[in-house]
Ligand binder design. Structure first.
Ligand code: ADP
Ligand code: MG
Length: 250
């Protein structure tokens, strides 16, 4: 069946492949300096580093939100260099999910309408079974008709995680997803992200400055001055804290 063949072919490419990525902003700031890395499907990758080290720029380029100055970005095998804004937007809608620190749910929409919004934007129908699986998994089955303001911060962020997953993206990017949460809610969201990777094979790239959060990932990159200066497998929080302190003291 040709459908299966093409899916198989697409899955041979890593979720993300960056080669020689450089981003220079107007004014000459080199936010990324020749970064190359691949993110295999089904991995949980944390990106750490001091403020200004290029984490957000890396995420924006890898997610197709911004175009690099030089180098190649492949999302699920699709090269975005040279794509215009409209094609990049289309690729993002199809293959990328986002979770932000501030949840970014639309206040006037119900939880369910927030969650299914990415599908409607992509002109796709909700897969009810998938939706219910996700919603039950995050404990929001009885909250679908509520407005975001009627949920706790942790519940809102779990709704945002479901929203990011509803299109079955190749990769979910999370930018400081626990930054606004109390410790207990932060743990729940990190447990959720980790389970999605371990149980569903979801790929997650998370930017965080919290070593304890990054320690939940399979792998952590440490950035400094627009470069990846370290890559740690099964990182521990003390190990990561130590690396960050050392970078701060240079
Ligand atoms: P981080 O997320 O690690 O704090 P960023 O990727 O936001 O780092 O920024 C990396 C560098 O690029 C910093 O020096 C920052 O000031 C600069 N920078 C980021 N965005 C812009 C922009 N839109 N225009 C100019 N410089 C920028
Ligand atoms: Mg940033």
């Amino acid at each position: 069946m040709s459908g299966l063949v093409s899916l198989d072919t697409a899955r041979k490419a890593p979720a993300i492949a960056l080669t020689g990525l450089t981003k220079t902003y107007a004014g000459g700031v080199r936010a990324l300096d020749d970064v190359s890395l691949t993110v295999a499907h089904g991995t949980f990758l944390a990106v750490m580093g001091p403020s200004g080290s290029g984490k957000s720029t890396l995420m924006h380029c890898a997610a197709g939100l911004d175009a690099p100055t030089e180098g190649s970005v492949r999302i699920d095998g699709h090269e975005i260099a040279g794509m215009n804004e409209a094609r990049r937007t289309e690729l993002r809608r199809e293959r990328v999910g986002f979770v932000f620190q501030a949840y970014n749910l639309i206040p006037s929409l119900s939880v369910e309408d927030n969650i299914t919004l990415p599908l409607r934007l992509a002109g796709r129908r909700p897969d009810r079974e998938w939706l219910h699986t996700l919603v039950a998994r995050v404990g929001l089955a009885d909250r679908l008709r509520h407005r975001p303001a009627e949920l706790s911060g942790g519940q809102q962020q779990r709704a945002a995680v479901v929203r990011a997953l509803v299109t079955r993206p190749a990769v979910v990017f999370a930018d400081e997803p626990t930054g606004a949460l109390d410790l207990r809610s932060a743990h729940q969201v990190l447990d959720l992200l980790r389970d999605l990777v371990d149980d569903l094979g979801q790929t997650v790239v998370m930017v965080t400055h919290d070593p304890a959060a990054a320690a939940r990932a399979h792998q952590a990159l440490v950035m400094a001055d627009g470069r990846v200066v370290e890559s740690l497998t099964s990182p521990t929080a003390p190990q990561l804290a130590d690396r960050l302190v050392a970078l701060g003291e240079r």
